[in-house]
Design a protein around this ligand. Sequence first.
Ligand code: GCV
Length: 710
Amino acid sequence: MLSATLCLAVPSAHAEDGYELWLRYKPIEASRADEYRAHTAELVAPALTPTQRVTREELQRGLQGLSGHVPRASERIASEGAIVVGTPASSRTIADFRQDLSGLGREGYIIRGIHSRGHAATMIAANEDIGALYGAFHFLRLLQTRQSLRDLDIREAPKVKLRVLDHWDNLDRSVERGYAGASIWDWHKLPGWRDPRYTDYARANASIGINGTVLNNVNSNALILTPMYLEKVKALADVFRPWGIRVYLSAHFSAPTEIGGLKTADPLDPEVRKWWKEKAAEIYRYVPDFGGFLVKANSEGQPGPQDYGRTHADGANMLADALAPHGGVVMWRAFVYSHEQPDDRAKQAYDEFVPLDGKFRDNVIVQVKNGAIDFQPREPFHPLFGVMAKTPLMMEFQITKEYLGFATHLAYLGPLYEETLKSDTWAKGRGSTVAKVIDGSLHAHKLTGMAGVANIGVDRNWSGSHFDQANWYVFGRMAWNPEASSQRIANDWVRMTFSNDPAVVEPVVDMMMASREAVVDYMTPLGLHHLMGRGHHYGPGPWVEGGPRADWTSVYYHRADRNGIGFDRSVTGSNAVAQYSPPVAAEFGDVKRVPEKCLLWFHHVPWNYPTRSGRPLWDELVHRYTHGVDEVKRMRGTWAGLEGRVDPERFEQIAAFLSIQQKEAQWWRDASIAYWQSINGLPLPAGYEQPAQSLEFYKALEFPHAPGNG
Ligand code: GCV
């Protein structure tokens, strides 16, 4: 096993290149250093198990970096200012203090100020090692964000059980919808070479509570299930284990025919069932704590049970039966749409899954995207969250920004996550929020989960841009607590990643919090959606039409003509609103009550429809597009004002990326307005600039090598 010591030895080749993420542990100001040193003079932490060892090493690394001294290692509290870490089983001191650890589960912890033999100390106590590790990271965060260490009394446990990153990484190291370089999994060199980056990946994840990783793309390749690759999977699982991270694999439903020599993959066929049972047993011989399978079936050309006239439940349950003896789970995706041309793609997951509610095994969780289309800059919450009471549902968010400007646009996704999680499904009356569905409390489910499609690659800064690290960070924190505030998390992230100087924290948090709404405005204002370039999804493409499927075009979604614009999903249209609980359906289905931010998602209205600002719809659209661009200009100005307060390396790259964002925001605005004008023939409202180029110019742009396109 690679030790964390080796990871410490990874040379920091470039100053402030983003590699250290939010775990920079830079020296604290002299004014606070004495206070913190007094609270961290001694470390009483066992190191008998791998998790205990990495916990102790992380505390040493963090405290050394932050306060410039390594605390004395000690068996028992011997002086003032000790930190005592462990479980009642691993630490006599913790056992002696008899803290109430009930209700914390395996992963929870307390951090509490105590007194022992006249000495003040801080206790980080948990039921199991992994809880103590999470507590140690929390403690370090207190220092990193300059919190007081006096009279601590923190009690934390995750509200969600499976907190998972989904890597859409292929075996050739390309990453579907990845904008941070190649896959970090160097399959060819594994298992012989375990890149130290794997350890740092695990550290970063553990620091925010992520406890699972699906290594390969949901558009999967059955080869991952062959011995050659299982050896490699085992090597990664061994690196991750001390950090509490389990490995999962995306399973290709037709693997029995592709690598098993069978003639069918029918989930009810006894030979197929036997094959999967044996395959599961084989995987557990390599990885005894293997988490289970993620499956994309009968979606976008992937094989699945419907190929054999079976249901999603038949397919999921067959895999669940194979994993059950070993404690594994199936995460079965609800991102499906059928081969027939639908009247409304937004309705399909509901149509296919609601009849199956209650028919899944206990170790199946259905993974549902936040909205019913596909990770758009804004979508109303997915109707499935309000209707599958008998089935555990897992949230799937995208961390990578397929539809929000790839790596160069600053778009902090915390507010997007929060907006979805706070949405009220009304499944059991007011207050039935998506967060309560996800954490299992609404329907008393024990199996709970949240997945994020990772934005990680081999780029030195991991995520393709410095600010995209914040999206990985906020995903982990909100998976731990789906009711957390994205603004507070942004605040922590800025303090840990850039600076605790209020002159940096306040403007940067402000930029972050406004950034997603700016993207919505310059790309898809007022509920518009799915208007991007075909295939690669880079840049505007509201004119996209034709091709193999109507629901892969833009015109299908905006339905603009001379008279109006928007997708009528009310009772006069596709009636998708009927998939929501009656109070929600009544709100979304009424053009006068629908939140304006979702107006054109649910309604087709005339260009002169009066919006709440008093402006007619067309003027309001132009206003929003322009406002989105103005917001980016404002962010650029704010950032420029931080010169000298942020290290030059990161300052310059972020400044450059913001200028790319401004250019592309303008492109989105101008191309969209030019296209809408070609349809509605309307002049721009007074005071707004004409698009810089003709519509033909924008339509002729091609990007055959845009990143992330499979
Ligand atoms: C992994 C969208 C993306 C695809 C992705 C798919 C999915 O369609 O563009 O790249 O495939 O969602 O979530 O399965």
